[in-house]
Write a protein that binds this ligand. Structure first.
Ligand SMILES: *[C@@H]1O[C@H](CO)[C@@H](O)[C@H](O)[C@H]1NC(C)=O
Ligand SMILES: *[C@@H]1O[C@H](CO)[C@@H](O)[C@H](O)[C@H]1NC(C)=O
Ligand SMILES: *[C@@H]1O[C@H](CO)[C@@H](O)[C@H](O)[C@H]1NC(C)=O
Length: 767
């Protein structure tokens, strides 16, 4: 925080008047964090480059668009599909991933010139953007790319996890597997040597397709003519199950009459054993069905645009759930909101076993099909060919009547999530928790935790801003062996350890964080990562997050709230005629903060002021010396965040006995000098500054007086106006002191309005 004007030479004015005047001139402090209106907020935020959270970043000269990530089976190698190259990164050691090998795979010159000829940009679009990267067998990867708007695929040989060069004659047509346009979404999954892909099948991007290729089964696709998919269908995930493969996508809703274009999210399924029709539906799916996915809070507009989905396997397999991130097609103000919903596989299967919808040709409306049920049921994963009658039925009955209703686990306003990764974490007591890593359109990563057995919604444990300039997270890949998440961006790949418990410096903080990966070790007095060996003495309270219980030393007495003592006391020597600025780091955004003086819960009004979290003190004549503490209250638990012992060299003062044994450290705090004749001569340049301030003050104060006389509400308004002037005199940005050791890092630029993924030009669209 910077007070406007520094060392103002106002020897002629009483210091106290100046103190009050200065307070009037300060810009209005921002609203306190943690106030209910903001809804869900990350408890801790790390700005780009914040050294407290150790991250590493891989980049390679000349390479960009690190869009596709694949973890090797042993978890030691991360394969990355970038623009015109595929990389193998060794991620076994902590720190920056090491480049193990790289194979260039540029689009051919002929394709590039054809692409440019078709009015696509040779600067941003006519390249080979890698879109599919899957493990094919023990010795080969399978990769597809946009290949300058002419999709291509190839096998890449692996030797000791290193990539072998791609031979030109091994490049095959990749239509239906990779999109033409890098801005189009796509998904692909390899199951038993067979590739299931969902993407756009033409140059214009108007013909979506679900395709099965590779393997021994016949190649199958969706029928374009029958309109099983709307022309704008946009695929985000493909998830195999025992008998079927599910595709998650978004398209224009056809079943509702709506005055504007209405998006809807869908799950489609096809049977793995589908062989296509004989006379009807030749080389087409005979088991294609789709249903609507609903992710909404009761009484609210639905989150109708799915962005990504993942499966978290479970035991028994039927208990597995799909977790998906959604945004809404409607904005509130300038930002969109996001939600994470969970869908059980059982629910999805039940909807596909239920009624169908059909288009009433006369009214052009979609209604529930109430005709006779045929047996065997069309669209089931039966072995053997289906009857012509069943196939005719399938042509028009591909939309299910019921919706698959998801459970909203997390709703976050002002943020658009692009990708997610999920895992289960076990706490000290052996309870399991769902941990979600969520990438945003502005390049930050949220870690959300949801305790399995609680009815509550998820908490955001932290937010980490990765690149300093906002841009969407393109991809996320969990690497459980490495205890890290990898995030792909346009410029490189970030490695984010799943937790960095050392950022929680005290037991209280460690427990309040309620991160299942972190626990307090009282022996070493460290917040530690929960990995073997774990000792019985470690402390955690995932259920209630109550440090009063978890951090109590010795037996818990009858006093329910033992007094929290500071770990260190900062000693501040007052400087005569100066305003001291005592800062208080607001580490937790969900805590509320207040200042206390001595034993009193409040600070003295006349000589101090709580301004934007910092305490401003003007001490005169040895009054007001003593202990100032900033308290945080979180989860009904209060503790001192920082304690200042403000003393004067000529007035010895004794600390309260219980604090006397606590270590002390002398600190210098920012200060603003309010008088001093000698300074006047030396600081002439401040004279015009002072004049401006005084004249403005006089003007504003007289204006305020008129206001006060005119209306009883004038007092408030006058203050508002005066505060508005603060900007005029705050031109001088010099720091208030030589050092500002307690200054928190500058505010992150992460507002969702900075970047809009939908308006991105080519290549920056999240896949
Ligand atoms: C309020 O404090 C925060 C951090 O503590 C700082 O970034 C911000 O600039 C301050 N605002 C004003 C108006 O001084
Ligand atoms: C793209 O084409 C323009 C005009 O033909 C040419 O000047 C430019 O160098 C090309 N850029 C690249 C990256 O090939
Ligand atoms: C893996 O697949 C490739 C491409 O079809 C093939 O050439 C190779 O022999 C296969 N390797 C094994 C071990 O099956």
């Amino acid at each position: 925080m910077a007070l406007p004007g520094r060392r103002l030479d106002l020897c002629s004015l009483p210091g106290f008047f100046l103190f009050q005047a200065l307070l009037l001139l300060l810009p209005p402090p921002p609203p306190a964090a943690g106030s209910g209106e903001q809804g869900l907020v990350p408890r801790v935020r790390f700005c780009a480059g914040d050294g407290r959270r150790a991250l590493s970043f891989f980049q390679q000269d000349g390479l960009r668009d690190f869009d596709t990530l694949l973890l090797s089976g042993d978890g030691h190698t991360l394969y990355v599909g970038a623009r015109e190259a595929i990389l193998a990164l060794n991620i076994q050691d902590p720190g920056v991933p090491k480049l193990q090998s790289m194979v260039p795979w540029p689009a051919s010159d002929r394709k590039k010139s054809e692409c440019a000829f078709k009015r696509k940009s040779n600067e941003t679009q006519c390249f080979n953007f890698i879109r599919v990267l899957v493990p094919f067998n023990a010795t080969h990867l399978y990769a597809c790319g946009t290949f300058a708007f002419s999709p291509a695929c190839t096998f890449i040989e692996l030797r000791d996890s290193s990539l072998m060069p791609i031979l030109e004659d091994k490049i095959m047509d990749g239509k239906g597997q990779s999109p033409f346009d890098p801005a189009h979404k796509h998904t692909a999954v390899l199951v038993d040597g067979t590739l299931y892909s969902g993407t756009m099948n033409n140059f214009l991007g108007s013909e979506p397709i679900l395709l099965r290729t590779l393997g021994s089964q016949p190649v199958l696709k969706t029928d374009t003519f029958l309109r099983w998919l709307q022309p704008d269908a946009s695929f985000v995930a493909a998830i195999p199950s025992t008998q079927v493969v599910y595709f998650f996508f978004e398209e224009t809703a056809i079943e509702y009459d709506f005055f504007e274009k209405l998006h809807t999210s869908r799950v489609a399924r096809v049977c793995k054993n589908d062989v296509g029709g004989e006379k009807l539906l030749q080389k087409k799916w005979t088991t294609f069905l789709k249903a609507q996915l609903l992710c909404a809070q009761p009484g609210q507009l639905p989150f109708n645009v799915i962005r990504h989905a993942v499966l978290l396997p479970a035991e028994p397999p039927a208990a597995a759930r799909v977790y998906a991130v959604f945004t809404s097609q409607w904005r509130i103000g300038r930002t969109r909101s996001s939600a994470v919903c969970a869908f059980s596989l059982t629910d999805i299967e039940r909807v596909f076993e239920g009624k169908y919808k059909e288009l009433n040709k006369e009214t052009s409306r979609w209604t529930t099909y109430r005709g006779p049920e045929t047996n065997p049921r069309p669209g089931n994963c039966l072995v053997g060919p289906s009857s012509d009658k069943a196939l005719t039925f399938m042509k028009d009955h591909f939309l299910m009547d019921e919706q698959v209703v998801g459970t909203p686990l997390l709703v976050k306003s002002g943020v658009e999530y692009t990708r997610l990764a999920v895992e289960t974490a076990w706490d000290l007591d052996g309870h399991s928790h769902l941990v979600m890593y969520l990438g945003t359109t502005t390049g930050s990563l949220h870690k959300a935790v949801l305790s399995k057995n609680s009815a509550s919604t998820a908490r955001l444990v932290e937010e980490i801003q990765l690149p300093s300039d906002p841009e969407p997270v393109r991809n996320l890949q969990l690497a459980p062996n490495q205890e890290a998440v990898f995030a792909g961006f346009s410029g490189g790949v970030w490695r984010v350890p799943r937790a960095d418990c050392s950022v929680y410096e005290s037991c209280v903080d460690c427990v309040l964080a309620r991160d299942p990966h972190c626990a307090w070790d009282p022996e070493s007095r460290n917040c530690r990562l929960l990995s073997a060996p774990i000792l019985k003495s470690w402390k955690q309270d995932m259920e209630r997050g109550n440090p009063g219980w978890a951090c109590a030393t010795g037996p818990i007495g009858r006093s329910p709230r033992p007094r929290s003592l500071p770990q260190i006391i900062k000693e501040v020597l007052i400087v005569p005629n100066s305003i001291l600025e005592l800062s208080c780091p607001h580490f937790s955004a969900v805590a509320s903060y207040r200042w206390s003086y001595g034993e009193a819960a409040a600070i003295p009004d006349a000589s101090s002021m709580d301004y934007n979290g910092s305490l401003l003190l003007l001490l005169q004549d040895g009054e007001g010396l003593g202990l100032y503490q900033c308290w945080a209250t979180e989860n009904n638990f209060s503790y001192p965040v920082i304690s200042y012992w403000v003393i004067s060299p000529d007035r010895p003062l004794a600390l309260a006995p219980e604090l006397a044994g606590i270590p002390r450290e002398r600190v210098e705090v920012p200060l603003t000098r309010v008088s001093g004749g000698a300074a006047l001569a030396a600081q002439r340049s401040y004279w015009p500054h002072f004049l401006t301030v005084t004249v403005l003050l006089a003007l504003v104060l007289s204006g305020a007086l008129v206001f006060l006389l005119a209306s009883p509400l004038g007092a408030l308004r006058a203050r508002g106006k005066v505060q508005g002037c603060g900007a005029l005199v705050s031109g001088e940005k010099a720091p208030l002191s030589r050092e500002q050791p307690l200054k928190p890092p500058k505010k992150c630029r992460t507002s969702a309005s900075d970047v809009d993924a939908d308006n991105n030009h080519l290549g920056t669209e999240v896949a």
